[in-house]
Design a protein around this ligand. Structure first.
Ligand code: GDP
Ligand code: IMO
Ligand code: MG
Length: 423
């Protein structure tokens, strides 16, 4: 039974949630491996709409054990809120398992993310202001608190006291903000700890034993390859590793055990926040895509920047992740356009280049070079076989496959489960 990884191949919001929910039909465990509640995955099942930020979306399938693995950063307050909302929608969250080594995203992280963005002014990154960067920074600096600490009240108190001694100096002197009080945080968080204690696990052991027992494990990515801390468009990136290698780091499963690596890409491109985007559309065609694709963020409600499919970036993404398959989503959004443009190279300082350099300062200087492909007029959200799609849509998919050199095994034509072609 395979271990499958679902990775965002672009700048996030590729409909990974829908793809994970679909593939989870035939999995046993769904393990989220990176990021925190900066993620927002929307899943539609019939007339119910579910929004996920930290809980793995595999939880919608009753047979799944959902695991939040150690690479994730946990805003416990937001997690509890999300679990309560899911419970009110009829989802049993007692099946959830949470890795004890997952780092805690605490109130001072949130404040610092917000205040750092304000301090950067025009040079802001456009973060989700969820405290993600400061939490991962503390993890790397070895001063973070982990979920396992929260489960031991005296240890949590001591470590939080130490952290606040330092953070309150920063809050007061650098940001001119009021200090945070130990007892207020303790009172709130220790209650959360009590509620979540039964869910705590040693995630690498749980996953390794499940794999050896022949279970199918689906590793759920968040964000996207081009937001990866090392391989994305630094500094306009997140602070974690959304790429497939991040699934190993975030779960403790070794690289030899990854069997299938699914890259999820929209049939076009979107980006939220700042940073270079060579195939961005700022005209009415961008608006057309934004309105048809409902391209407004699940987490922050921000309008997403929209543009043509960037195949140079997607091929880079396939290289970094070693995709075994592609899922192309939101293809239905492109219906009605006479002509589709796909970016097949860049022009940088008068030279044409066909390799992707993610360095934001280099990429900002790059202009997209397009190939034009004929569009299709008809709506396609009802199609259930690839051969039922208009010929121009089939050709568009084939063009992607041959440029990226990876097979498209899933095509999504709408938010519903059944609006999917799978092979
Ligand atoms: P994620 O963060 O990668 O899971 O993606 P988001 O959930 O942030 O954004 C994808 C959005 O597109 C969600 O609102 C989905 O309900 C919706 N969606 C998913 N697949 C399709 C599709 O094939 N067509 C259309 N029109 N919408 C889709
Ligand atoms: P999902 O999982 C799209 C972007 C932010 C910002 C940058 C850094 O829904 O695909 P951060 O708060 O992480 O420090 O912000 O990363 N970003 C996302 N964009 N989808 C996401 O998640 C994102 N998570 C972070 O907009 O540009
Ligand atoms: Mg999203």
């Amino acid at each position: 039974m395979p271990v499958q990884v679902v990775v965002g191949a672009q700048w996030g919001d590729e409909a990974k949630g829908k793809v994970v929910d679909y593939l989870a039909r035939s999995a046993d465990i769904v393990a989220r491996y990176a990021g925190g509640n900066n993620a927002g995955h929307t899943i539609c099942v019939g007339d119910q709409v579910f929004k996920f930020h930290t809980v793995p979306c595999g939880i919608l399938r009753e047979h799944i054990t959902p695991v939040i693995a150690d690479g994730v950063v946990l805003d416990i307050r937001s997690l509890i809120g999300e679990m309560n909302t899911l419970e009110s929608q009829g989802i049993d969250t007692t099946r959830l398992r949470i890795g004890k080594a997952a780092h805690l995203n605490l109130p001072y992280h949130l404040l610092m993310d917000e205040m750092e963005e304000t301090r950067r002014g025009a040079a802001k990154l456009g973060t989700t202001k969820r405290g993600i960067g400061p939490t991962y920074a503390d993890k790397a600096a070895r001063v973070g608190l982990r979920f396992g600490d929260l489960l031991e009240p005296s240890r949590f108190r001591a470590r939080l006291q130490r952290a606040l001694d330092y953070k309150n100096v920063l809050l007061g002197h650098v940001y001119q903000a009021s200090p945070l009080h130990l007892d207020a945080i303790l009172d709130e968080y220790l209650l959360y700890g009590e509620r979540l204690k039964p869910l705590a696990v040693h995630a690498p052991n749980l996953l390794s034993e499940a794999r050896q027992a022949g279970k199918t494990i689906l590793m759920e990515g968040a964000q996207g390859t081009l937001l990866d801390l090392d391989y994305g468009t630094y500094p306009y990136v997140t602070s974690s590793h959304p790429i497939a290698a991040g699934a190993c780091l975030g779960t403790g499963l070794g690289p030899r055990h990854l069997d299938e690596i699914w890259g999820v890409a929209k049939a076009y491109s979107t980006r939220v926040g700042e940073g270079p985007f060579p195939s961005e559309l700022t005209d009415e065609r961008g608006d057309y895509i934004r309105e048809r694709g409902k391209e407004y963020g699940t987490t922050t409600g921000r309008a997403r920047r929209c543009g043509w499919l960037d195949l140079v970036a997607l091929r880079y993404s396939a290289q970094v992740n070693s995709f075994t398959a592609l899922a192309i989503t939101l293809l239905d959004v492109l219906s009605g356009l006479d002509e589709l443009f796909v970016c097949v190279a860049y022009r940088c300082h008068g030279e044409q280049v066909s390799v992707f350099d993610p360095d934001a300062f280099v990429l900002t200087e790059c202009e997209a070079v397009y190939e034009r492909l004929p569009g299709w007029k008809e709506e396609i959200d009802h199609c259930r076989r690839r051969e039922d799609l208009p010929v121009n849509a089939q050709n568009y998919l084939q063009f992607i496959e041959s440029f990226v050199d990876a097979p498209i095994r899933l095509i999504s034509l709408g938010p519903e489960r059944e609006q999917t072609i799978f092979s």
